[in-house]
Design a protein around this ligand. Structure first.
Ligand code: SDX
Length: 429
């Protein structure tokens, strides 16, 4: 809290508001009493200048290209730790010691199986259904099976539901993939680490033994860490708003998955790879850059730009390194899509239209190339994003539920429709 005050003058009226200071980042004007004081609302579609909550989980400095999880820089977590360690950090606020980490890994490992009756849900989908449609449906259906962890007022049930979702998302994601390619489901294995287990469930077949490449498993794990949480983005805000009504955690996460699907958000990794594939060769880049600048053309450079980062997305740098590492291990360094991506990035970063608007590659620009090299089809990319982001959604949902000041989110509006008028009978219209 600061002792500063903000004064709003409207004509002869004057209103005062508290200025609140966080541990780092912009101060906020607490305008929660504005409507009561002035009979007026603020107006901020897209929430470009609005802080929706108080949070201690993730901090982003968009101009400096900084991303901290509970104070730890994303590059240090991605390079030195692993995904489950980051999950623990996001949920509990501190990095785990040896015993805490072993216990957390054990709890996650022993919640990876699905209720066997859930397997029947998959057969209700068309084989060519987008796997994100399957994820929304099956994750939402968890609330039909795990009634012993849907009482959000019970702390132990909140933690059980959290562990179940972190543990079961890889199983559900792998099953969505297997179902789409017509292969049998592969059950989770407790002798494999989180990322290896996921790759095994995706790419093993009953006909032969499947050894997970440890370098690829490490890359997969790092990709999960890069996607774990990102402050109050659209899907996290969706989860918070759904949770503010008291909806059960499984339903809230399903709402987050639905929001993440959009191409302006988590769907951008699939859209970015499809765009790079459509460009095809570096000589076609200028044509697409012109389209991206043309206000009459809805085409956007997918994987570029960000609501917060007006500098380089720190995750994109690590993602780019991981891309080169994976392509190197797989002997695919001659992937033409990578050539287009690197040339496109180079040209765009020198182009005034992109520089003047702070449009830089975001995490989605390179992730698609890496995931394609790992063997995933483009329609699975956002599924993997939702798998990793589940812990962030859960950590933010728990923080909201455990905030004693929490209340249902209910924005207002600027009404521009018809004022009151009387009904006109059908014979007079
Ligand atoms: C994610 O919020 C998060 O944290 C999200 C995320 C997470 O981890 O949760 O980081 C994950 O969603 C990353 C973003 C993935 N989306 C894409 O890559 C899609 C392409 N990007 C754009 O759709 C856009 O950049 C957004 C949606 C990401 C951000 O849009 P903003 O902040 O609302 O910015 P804007 O639309 O107001 O654009 C400002 C200007 C406009 O031009 P002018 O009107 O000023 O002339 O920049 C232009 C826009 O036309 N612009 C682009 C562009 N992005 C913005 N022009 C061409 N290509 C683009 N990609």
């Amino acid at each position: 809290m600061t002792d500063q005050k903000a004064t709003l003058n409207i004509g002869e009226e004057s209103y005062e508001f508290e200025v609140r200071q966080g541990s780092v980042g912009p101060d906020v004007l607490d305008i929660s009493s504005l409507y009561k004081q002035s009979d007026r609302f603020t107006f901020d579609p897209g929430f470009t200048s609005t802080a929706s909550c108080e949070s201690a989980i993730t901090y982003i400095d968009g101009d400096a290209g900084i991303l901290l999880h509970r104070g730890y820089p994303i590059d240090e977590l991605a390079e030195n730790g692993d995904f489950l360690e980051t999950c623990y950090l996001l949920l509990y606020g501190e990095l785990p010691n040896k015993e805490q980490k072993a216990d957390f890994v054990h709890r996650v490992t022993n919640h990876t199986m699905l209720h066997d009756q859930m397997i029947k849900l998959f057969s209700g989908f068309r084989r060519d259904a987008h796997p994100m449609a399957v994820m929304v449906g099956v994750v939402g259906a968890l609330s039909a099976f795990y009634h012993d962890s849907t009482d959000i007022t019970d702390e132990s049930q909140r933690m059980v539901a959290s562990m179940r979702m972190i543990a079961k998302m890889p199983t559900i994601a792998a099953m969505a993939y297997k179902y789409s390619v017509g292969q049998p489901f592969v059950y989770p294995r407790n002798d494999l680490d989180y990322a290896s287990n996921f790759l095994h469930m995706c790419f093993a077949v009953p006909a032969e033994d499947y050894q997970v490449n440890p370098v690829l498993a490490r890359a997969m794990d790092r990709i999960f860490t890069l996607h774990a949480d990102h402050e109050q983005n659209a899907s996290t805000s969706t989860v918070r708003l759904a949770g503010s009504s008291g909806a059960n955690p499984f339903a809230c996460i399903a709402a987050g998955i639905a929001c993440l699907w959009g191409p302006a958000h988590g769907g951008a990794n699939e859209a970015a790879l499809n765009m790079l594939t459509e460009i095809g060769t570096p000589d076609r880049i200028p044509e697409f850059l012109e389209r991206a600048k043309d206000k009459n053309d809805p085409f956007r450079l997918m994987g570029f730009g960000h609501r917060v980062y007006k500098n380089y997305d720190p995750r994109a740098k690590i993602m780019q390194q991981t891309t080169h590492e994976v392509l190197g291990v797989l002997g695919k360094t001659d992937d033409p899509v990578l050539d287009v991506a690197m040339e496109l990035e180079k040209i765009a970063l020198e182009d005034d239209y992109f520089k003047s608007r702070g449009l830089y590659p975001n995490i989605d620009f390179y992730s698609g190339i890496t995931l394609k090299a790992l063997g995933f089809p483009p329609e699975m990319f956002t599924v993997l994003f939702s798998l990793a982001r589940t812990v962030g959604w859960i950590a933010q949902w728990k923080e909201m539920i455990e905030d004693p000041k929490q209340k249902i989110g209910r924005p207002r509006q600027l009404y521009t429709g018809p004022t009151k008028r009387s009904y006109v009978s059908l014979d007079k219209r």
